[in-house]
Design a protein around this ligand. Structure first.
Ligand code: SF4
Length: 324
């Protein structure tokens, strides 16, 4: 299958991104994957904060490659380097009823939320970003897109737009299927969703001391006051991580916690050690990638060429179908 997925350039990635990246690695093993940095999408909400987009793109690409995204297997590219996305977006905008965009569930909420923080995103670009996403998918005639439950309405819009185009002109676009991904997210160190904007993240590139310090900050069972009080792992953030990074001994940790046989500091140190063992090869690969400044440029250039070839093939079909 041809699969398309992207991320906005948010700079260094954190442990919370690993569920998406692990899914990409699984998909990459057996499919024709296109992974892209959605830098135009960054402009839809931060059109006045563009100074970091390029450096964020490089940092994020370095993380993708460090975790194992392989530019020899997958097409790894930057959206703004393939101008055909913009052409298709424009052509699709001619056939997309305004009401389809206005009814996207998150649209009004996000406009209001950001307005409350002094940001005006009641723009043409923000209203149209789900259509730009549709163009991102359809330009590669992707068979499937990995999505979380919350993104299903966006994919449904894409499928509707594809149907409308195929009906009005000629069959060009397959209707992409949803690959529902496991979106179980690890909490940040303060228990909220992990996000750089909350300052509660553990970066994939954090050094071992920082990882340990961040793990020590994690919220545990609040009812546990003394070291030997019985604990409840189900309400503990550290435990959510133990289930992933100390999977082999999670039964032992559960029992020790419930019996009050292990203190939270000791439990956290076990987690920090395992997390550091997991992150060490990622850190090393990332450092090697960034030590070779031309390497990322070459990856982007190769990706641009491959993506452009596929996008141009689609645009030939589109222009013929529209007779333009
Ligand atoms: S012992 Fe571990 S699992 Fe239990 S509350 Fe403390 S940190 Fe959480």
């Amino acid at each position: 299958m041809r699969i398309l997925s992207g991320m906005r350039p948010s700079g260094k990635l954190h442990v919370g991104h690993l569920s998406v990246l692990s899914n990409w690695l699984r998909l990459q093993a057996e499919n024709d994957c296109f992974f892209f940095v959605a830098d135009w999408h960054a402009l839809t909400t931060a059109y006045d904060e563009t100074e970091a987009i390029r450096s964020n793109t490089s940092e994020m690409l370095a993380d993708w490659l460090a975790v194992g995204i392989d530019p020899d297997k997958s097409t790894v590219f930057v959206q703004s380097q393939v101008l055909e996305h913009a052409e298709l977006h424009l052509l699709l905008s001619m056939i997309t009823p305004l009401s389809w965009l206005e009814r996207v569930p998150t649209y009004k909420d996000q406009v209001q939320q950001l307005a409350a923080r002094g940001k005006d995103i009641a723009t043409y670009g923000f209203l149209g970003y789900p259509l730009l996403q549709s163009a991102d998918i359809l330009i590669y005639r992707a068979d499937a897109v990995p999505v979380g439950q919350d993104q299903l309405p966006h994919l449904e819009l894409c499928r509707e737009v594809a149907r409308r185009f195929n009906h009005l002109y000629k069959l060009v676009f397959p209707e992409p299927q949803a690959l529902l991904a496991d979106t179980a997210l690890l909490p940040g160190v303060d228990g909220r969703k992990m996000s750089k904007s909350y300052g509660n993240e553990i970066s994939l590139s954090a050094d071992p001391d920082t990882v340990e310090k961040r793990v020590r900050m994690m919220i545990t069972d609040p009812a546990r006051i003394r070291k030997h009080d019985p604990g409840n792992p189900e309400v503990c953030n550290v435990f959510a991580y133990q289930g992933i990074y100390n999977r082999d001994v999670v039964g032992e940790i559960t029992a020790a916690c419930r019996e009050g046989a292990i203190g939270c500091v000791a439990c956290k140190l076990r987690l920090a050690a395992s997390l550091n063992r997991f992150l060490e090869p990622i850190r090393e690969r990332r450092a090697r990638i960034l030590a070779e400044p031309r390497f990322l440029d070459e990856v982007m250039e190769r990706g641009r060429e491959k993506a452009t070839a596929a996008a141009r093939e689609t645009m030939d079909r589109v222009r013929r179908a529209i007779r333009i």
